[in-house]
Design a protein around this ligand. Structure first.
Ligand code: FE2
Length: 438
């Protein structure tokens, strides 16, 4: 949902009924478009009421208030003039004093979030990456729990969803069951970002910016969080510390090489001065998992039309889903054909597994060096893996490792070092690599 230029609006109704005695929060709160100094808090209630967030730097002193005009059940409140890199405590309320119809002050839960650090300087950053999570099944829960146990006290600073977030159709009800009821604690504390998948696209339209996906999320269209303004929530960018994140829409926005998304991507990459560029979208450039990048149009488009732009712009890491497997490449560059045309001599910038205790970490020059190599990671198994009775071939030649296992990715960046780890649904660390910049 686009943010209006005016202060944030709740869903408006004309008549103002008396506040009920008690309200149930049905969804959230969840955190959107986080910047070092601002954040959007969203939630849904079962009854119509106002939209107020009380917040402060200590849990017992929520001495600041932000609000949206009007009353409704969908609440979107922007907090502004926050301090970067600080832990805030907050509560969501239906009125300024949160009194019930009898004037009694209601007790409300207090949650916490941490604002992103100042943009530019390095800051240790953890990202939890979930591809194709929303099956609503036992595997999704196992992947969630395995990550939670792995992470321990070092929780993520932000979460990326790689699309197909809520099966089967990305409807509001699908999102309720597959996202909001599965990750409630994470959503209250960790800003969430997403790209559109084909199942989300069953009920959403990127051209008109409509449908549940666009109603549920609030992403920057005006470069509020860094980067170049895209004018759309379908594709956008944002900064976190010394990292530039780029979200593309591989499903429903035209993927022509001279189209609006490609032109925006070129401008956005040219403008960034961050140390790292991480791109994420749904359809992989390389996969031989439950989908085949040699045969499927959207995957071919992303490889042929967008990968050259990303590589020329100095991309370091590409995260995709769609294929319900985990596949991770060598440090590579310049491969835009089918798997059979992959030539290690031509396309591998640095061979080996990228591990300090193995073949050695991948090394790249600091700064925006074009075609210095990226790692391609397909991680589309946060909700399920491919069939065991008819397993995928997993033989794409660009990949150093390919696994038909459920799991999720943990990305840790610290200064000029990037570590990526794949954790399966049993909590086993099944892959890792490091990129260091000199
Ligand atoms: Fe998909």
């Amino acid at each position: 949902m686009r943010l209006p230029c005016l202060p944030l609006l709740a869903t408006l109704v004309l008549a103002a009924p008396a506040l009920p005695a008690a309200t149930t929060v049905l969804r959230g709160p969840y955190l959107q478009t986080a910047t070092p100094t601002s954040l959007v808090v969203r939630w849904r209630t079962d009854t119509t009421e106002g939209s107020f967030v009380r917040y402060g730097l200590t849990a017992d002193a929520l001495n600041q208030t932000a609000k949206a005009f009007g009353i409704g059940t969908e609440h979107i409140v922007q907090l502004s003039e926050l301090l970067p890199g600080r832990r805030y405590f907050y509560s969501v309320m239906g009125s300024a004093e949160n009194k019930d119809g009898d004037g009694k002050i209601l007790r409300v839960p207090v949650y916490a979030f941490t604002t992103p650090p100042p943009t530019g300087p390095a800051s240790p950053t953890r990202v939890w990456v979930l591809g194709d999570p929303g099956t609503k099944g036992a595997t999704q829960l196992a992947v969630r729990d395995a990550y939670t146990k792995f992470a321990g006290d070092r929780t993520a600073d932000l979460c990326l969803l790689l699309g197909d977030n809520a099966y089967p159709d990305g409807t509001d009800a699908d999102y309720q069951k597959a996202i909001f009821e599965v990750y409630p604690e994470m959503l209250r504390t960790t800003p969430l970002w997403s790209t559109l998948g084909n199942h989300d696209g069953h009920s959403a339209n990127s051209i008109t910016q409509s449908g549940p996906y666009y109603d549920i999320f609030t992403f920057p269209t005006r470069a509020q969080a860094g980067g170049v303004a895209s004018g759309t929530e379908a594709y956008y960018s944002f900064d976190y510390a010394n990292i530039h994140f780029v979200c593309l829409d591989s499903h429903d926005t035209p993927r022509t090489p001279d189209g609006a998304m490609a032109q925006w991507l070129k401008a956005d990459l040219a403008a960034t001065t961050r140390d790292w560029i991480v791109a994420f979208f749904h359809h992989p450039t390389y996969t031989k998992g439950t989908h085949d990048s040699d045969r499927e149009g959207r995957l071919v488009d992303m490889r042929q039309n967008f990968l050259p732009i990303l590589e020329a712009g100095g991309v370091d890491l590409i995260l995709t889903g769609h294929s319900h497997v985990y596949e991770r490449s060598y440090l590579l560059d310049g491969h835009y054909g089918k798997s059979e045309s992959f030539n290690a001599t031509l396309h591998v910038k640095q061979p080996g597994n990228g591990r300090a205790g193995g073949d050695g970490v991948y090394r790249k020059p600091r700064g925006r060096a074009p075609h210095a190599g990226e790692i391609s990671v397909v991680t589309g198994s946060a909700g399920s893996a491919g069939s065991k009775s008819k397993p995928p071939t997993l033989d794409h030649r660009a990949m150093w490792i390919s696994l038909n296992e459920p799991g999720s990715v943990v990305l840790d960046l610290d200064g000029l070092r990037l570590d990526l780890t794949f954790i399966n649904e049993k909590g086993e660390k099944r892959d890792s690599f490091t990129i260091e910049k000199n």
